[in-house]
Design a protein around this ligand. Structure first.
Ligand SMILES: O=C(O)[C@H]1NCC[C@@H]1O
Length: 390
């Protein structure tokens, strides 16, 4: 260190920086204020009392509009009961999310490599399977428990050359070919004279609207050249769904009836779809406050696999490849692979009205370390512990 922050900094937060298919995860190691209670109580506390720390770590000048972060939670009610090994909270440019696949993949690797008992007290209790040469972690995340399998070398460290996999929480469809009427103030120019669109809705730990680029008004498909226009259209679509009470069933949990919100609009590039099941489905995910996922979005892979299964386009065990606009062999960034591993019995709500196919989905992907960082806030910095968005 060329100099010390001692005496200058009022706050100091240390992180490990990783990326999963190009999507960052800033994993907070130390310095985040104390959070207590159940995982959801810890999340509520972080939201209510420490949101400036999220802005400090996610937004400018230390982050940016598309930064993503994870707060490690070694103690949760499910860790105490033995149902999970570790907990985590996810954060983005607009708050704290329920699920994040790309961060789960990164955190899986990190937890296997972590030899600091203060950060991960139960690390030595993780099970290593000598047959598959993987370490399993039950990760308690806001939407439930996710089973993560991390390829592990005989020396006990993660193997970066093999994919990490996780099994998502039960994933299901809430609507197929739903017509969404768009009030005049929520229409975008590329719609032309249309006043509605048709899209699918599904859940993979968070709620996704899946729409074809052509249907959104972009028959030329996905491109970085007009990302602002894609963002504008998806923001208005998401706003409409979240504000239309008759559509609230699309974001209600089919097993618990808990009301959620639409987290993301995922555009599928239907201009690149072919009938070859070995080629990948290219998509682009806008989530939170129009944040753009560089990865193929792990949660959406779980949701989209449930959609493909419900439509009869995929059988149990069959694999599908997913890329984002930014991944692919030509870009040096690998996409994700998804498969439905099991169909779950689901009777729907008490009156049987929301019976839906429900599956467990396995998602595979790769994550890499990028470095370590320590962020400080100088006592004399007018911004204090905070951040801003341009
Ligand atoms: O992979 C995922 O599921 C996440 N990536 C950013 C948006 C989603 O939360």
């Amino acid at each position: 260190m060329p100099f010390s922050f001692d005496g200058l900094a009022s706050t100091s937060i240390s992180c490990v920086e990783m990326h999963t298919s190009g999507e960052p995860t800033r994993i907070i190691l130390s310095g985040f204020p104390e959070l207590t209670g159940t995982l959801m109580e810890q999340r509520a506390l972080a939201k209510a009392n420490f949101d400036q720390y999220r802005r400090f770590l996610m937004l400018e000048p230390r982050g940016h509009r598309d930064m993503y972060g994870a707060i490690l939670r070694p103690e949760t009610e499910l860790v105490k009961s033995g149902e999970a090994d570790f907990g985590v909270l996810f954060m983005h440019n607009d708050g704290f999310s329920t699920m994040c696949g790309h961060a789960t993949i990164a955190i899986g690797r990190f937890l296997v490599d972590c030899d600091d008992e203060q950060i991960f007290p139960r690390r030595k209790m993780l099970k290593y399977d000598t047959g598959t040469e993987t370490t399993s972690i039950k990760l308690h995340v806001p939407c439930g428990v996710v089973d993560v399998d991390v390829p592990t070398l005989p020396i006990g460290k993660s193997d970066p050359c093999r994919p990490i996999s996780f099994i998502a929480v039960p994933s299901f469809v809430t609507g197929i070919s739903v017509m969404v009427h768009l009030p005049e103030e929520n229409r975008w120019p590329e719609l032309g004279v249309r006043d509605s669109i048709t899209a699918d809705f599904c859940y993979g730990g968070a709620y996704y609207c899946v729409i074809n680029a052509t249907e959104l008004g972009f028959p030329q498909g996905l491109s970085e050249d007009y990302i602002q226009r894609l963002s504008h259209a998806t923001a208005l679509l998401k706003k409409t769904v979240n504000e239309t009470s008759e559509l609230s069933y699309l974001t209600r949990h089919i097993q618990t009836a808990e009301q959620g919100i639409l987290y993301s609009v995922l555009i599928v590039d239907d201009t690149k779809l072919d009938n070859d099941p070995s080629s990948s489905e290219k998509g682009l995910c806008f989530f939170a406050n129009q944040q753009i996922d560089r990865s193929p979005t792990g949660g959406s892979v779980a949701a989209r696999i449930s959609l493909a299964y419900a439509k009869g386009n995929l059988s149990i065990g069959e694999q599908r490849k997913f890329d984002s606009l930014f991944t692919g062999s030509d870009k040096g960034l690998r996409g994700f692979v998804g498969s439905a591993i099991e169909e779950l019995k689901n009777e729907g709500e008490a009156d049987g009205s929301r019976k839906s196919v429900c599956v467990r989905v396995k998602v595979q992907g790769y994550a890499n370390y990028m470095g370590y960082s320590t962020f400080v806030a100088e006592a004399a910095d007018g911004l204090g512990v905070n951040g801003f968005l341009l």
